[in-house]
Write a protein that binds this ligand. Sequence first.
Ligand code: UDP
Length: 246
Amino acid sequence: MDNSIIKKPLYNRIILKISGEIFQVYDICKIDVKILKSISQEIKRLVNIGIQIGIVIGGGNIIRGSMSKNINISKVTADNMGILATIMNGLVLRDILNNLSIKTCLMSATKTNSMCEDYNLEKVLDCFNNKKVVIFSGGIGHPFFTTDTAACLRAIETQSDVVLKATKVNGIYSSDPEQCCNAIKYRRLSYSYVIKKEFKVMDLTAFILARDHNVPICIFNMYDIGVLYKIVMGQKIGTMVGALNK
Ligand code: UDP
């Protein structure tokens, strides 16, 4: 038997960061609803075992601030569009979760009137205690930031146990595994190492925030079936970034 599997969940409260690239398609609406449905099924499994879940949703499937130059608009405008994109994705995800009978509250860091709730920490904790999943949209609500930073910020505020950063690869490699057959996958890395190496998997502001508040980050492949459950139950999956002496 694999000793890394433990019976009780390793984490009680998690922040799951879902990037837009995971559910990106290149047709109408730019949202692969099928992928979001399968992620939602995984989330349901965690809800059923009592895990408190906050989801920070990205917007990169629709627009990122870095695209401002391509379309000749200011960075602030593109960032604001990116913030709106995260809200659009959040609306879709909320409906999918609701359709699976998962109680869900969609919050936004930026005011949207009746579209979603304003971000409010007290309300978030209330939701968690009432087995409601909280979707955090709107990033941190300001241009020049990303939803990775929002994920670390929300994890700190809500005193979550871990940030689970869902990607298309199963961790951090020494070089691009698709280009280089000798690429080594790291199981564990220190904050200082990822900050020094400037790995592109997450932005530096996010890593620095996580380091300063000692929030562990697990980087893993969201397309692996059952992956969220395995991580929460303690299987060593992906790359764990934390306070090591490396
Ligand atoms: N964004 C922002 N402030 C935030 C969060 C997001 O300005 O607090 C903008 C930024 O332009 C970013 C875009 O929204 O590129 C989409 O977010 P992100 O790139 O984090 O999405 P992901 O890559 O995770 O899908």
